[in-house]
Design a protein around this ligand. Sequence first.
Ligand code: NAD
Length: 349
Amino acid sequence: MKTVLVTGGAGFIGSNYIKLMLKKFNDYQIVNVDNLTYAGNLENLAEIQNYNRYTFIKADIRNRKLINKLFDKYNFKYVVNFAAESHVDRSIEEPEVFLTTNVIGTQVLLEAAKNHWKIYPDDKYSTEYNDGVKFLQVSTDEVYGALGKEGMFVETMPLKPNSPYSASKASADLIVRAYNRTFGLPINITRCSNNYGPYQFPEKLIPLMINNCLNDENLPVYGDGMQIRDWLHVKDHCEAINAVLHKGQDGEIYNIGGNNEKANIEIVRLIIKTLGKSENLIKYVKDRPGHDRRYAIDNTKISKELSWKPSYTFAEGVEETIQWYLDNSKWIENVVSGDYKNFYLRMYK
Ligand SMILES: NC(=O)c1ccc[n+]([C@@H]2O[C@H](COP(=O)([O-])OP(=O)(O)OC[C@H]3O[C@@H](n4cnc5c(N)ncnc54)[C@H](O)[C@@H]3O)[C@@H](O)[C@H]2O)c1
């Protein structure tokens, strides 16, 4: 049995990833460590909560003592670090927690991994580690900053993050890289574009617009709505992480993207059309400070080296996602009302 520490597994991407891994591999044991911030929702994992190969632990990745204890208890082979504060708007309101969770929390995990995986932990020059171990840092394309009308992000570009969120993720990437270069810790970093799909918290563009449309509420669009993002279905992201975990070259960074550049307003119009609503719901609001204009990912490296490619077209992915939100109105209701927070108390206390 291979034991994987997944952090932030009660969030949007982490919960999709855990379910994918358990389905794909019979010999994987997953330990999900999440401190259940507003974004952590155990209802995302309700269908697997009683699996014997799945364990949930409510813990903060910044808690050094506890993280070390978990490394003592479980013989982790891999760490996949999703845990993060992930919403740009919130990072403008409250940057500090982005630094403590995204940067310090990552360093806590790296240090524990180094100390537990090193064959000769007392020898500072030794770079020998247990066979096959790996630390995978889930990062974002936002670390590169913004693009003009032309060009795409490639892995060798300098990091020029513009928001406190992306700056904290870029800082985490650098400390992960440093643990590889200084201590020889086996690592990979993945940098993915915007995700969409089931179980996304309805503060992010696509679920927010679907939910507001369904309730005939205004659809707030920042500025002129012409901010361009490269959209990828969450399941394709999870498959890419899986490819990097098993086949990624030590120390390498892999961009992950869907070759799906869309302006925000195009997405809003598509959702309105699919749900048969009126464009009068659109309400342009003052743009957020430092809003990056365009992101685009060059995914040549992961496609060529690891033979990964997205399986969804944007049209089918969005249609499936809208249908999921229609079929799971209770999930959205619980999130919007805050009732999802009681799930932990009901199930685990
Ligand atoms: N959503 C995207 O489009 C996207 C794109 C590229 C990269 N990413 C990255 O992927 C990762 C997951 O993103 P997401 O959209 O699933 O985020 P999310 O906000 O839905 O989930 C984050 C999870 O981390 C947990 N968490 C937060 N602070 C913690 C702490 N101190 N200790 C333990 N757990 C903590 C939360 O409770 C939550 O369950 C993040 O690192 C994010 O930067 C996201």
